[in-house]
Design a binder for this molecule. Structure first.
Ligand SMILES: Nc1ncnc2c1ncn2[C@@H]1O[C@H](COP(=O)(O)OP(=O)(O)OP(=O)(O)O)[C@@H](O)[C@H]1O
Ligand SMILES: [Mg+2]
Length: 253
């Protein structure tokens, strides 16, 4: 499955990407996580330290993946993917390494071409941790145009839900077939009720709800990985999310 994890800034895209990637890997699937954040930190959540995360080679901008492009997926994986302690291969696609390095359109085109390829010789699941916002659905012909499913991460706030609503509109235009609404950082029943009402009002599905987790907070504080030792309630929910994502594949057949 090719999964784009999207949403407003700070809602938990990187957290959900890391947890989802790990949950797929735990099921014995080969997982490639792609960090497209211009300030990448998915590596930390997948068990690398800060130096190792910084040392991940960035896919050069404008590289087009595919037999008629610059590199094959096999070459790309060999040169740029790093295996993390959490059993997930990690690639960094858009890092801004120099101040004033210019726009990242080329990096978006790279990710678009990557998703356009049949990746199954190298990976079962590809998870794209997107930059905040919705630009990636309009830029370079839609960075995520070839995703099978979008995971719309929302915290309990109207702005987060509106971002998801706008994302769905763009996804429809691009012909992306499916999306899954994920509430994140939902602290209690009251917040859940508020989020449910906001989603209903804005026409956004709320399929999965992840709790506000003290374990996630402390992993973030320490920069430690989001492994199996994070709270049971988070993992139970993640299993549901994996089933949902895989269910999309069945529904599409
Ligand atoms: N379920 C959760 N429980 C508690 N804290 C969480 C949860 N999910 C995310 N957080 C915290 O929220 C903050 C933002 O999370 P994260 O970096 O994953 O968001 P993001 O959407 O990737 O942000 P950005 O838009 O900057 O890329 C972090 O401090 C993270 O630890
Ligand atoms: Mg992030």
């Amino acid at each position: 499955m090719k999964v784009g994890v999207v949403g407003k800034g700070g809602v938990g895209k990187t957290t959900v990407s890391a947890l989802l990637a790990r949950a797929f890997a735990v099921r014995g699937r080969r997982v490639l996580a792609v960090d497209t954040d211009s300030n990448p930190n998915l590596g930390l959540s997948l068990g690398l330290d800060a130096d190792q995360t910084d040392a991940i080679p960035t896919v050069p901008r404008s590289v087009i993946v595919g037999v008629r492009g610059d590199v094959t997926i096999e070459e790309l994986m060999a040169d740029y993917a790093v295996m993390t302690p959490e059993g997930v291969a990690l690639m960094s696609a858009l890092r801004v390494s120099e101040a004033g390095a210019g726009c990242t359109c080329g990096g978006h085109a790279t990710v678009r071409s990557l998703l356009g390829e049949a990746l199954d010789t190298e990976t079962d699941d590809t998870i794209i941790d997107m930059e905040a916002g919705i630009e990636h659905l309009s830029r370079s012909g839609g960075t995520l145009a070839y995703a099978d499913v979008l995971v719309l991460v929302m915290e309990p706030s109207r702005k987060a839900v509106i971002t998801a609503e706008r994302t769905i509109a763009l996804a429809r235009e691009l012909g992306i077939g499916a999306w899954i609404g994920v509430g994140n950082k939902v602290a209690d029943a009251e917040q859940r009720t508020i989020l449910e009402a906001l989603c209903a009002e804005h026409g956004v599905p709320l399929d999965i709800v992840l709790p506000n987790s003290a374990d996630v907070t402390s992993a973030d504080r320490l920069g430690s990985p989001l492994g199996r030792d994070v709270a049971h309630d988070v993992w139970a929910t993640l299993d549901d999310l994996v089933d949902r994502v895989l269910g999309v594949a069945v529904a599409e057949r």
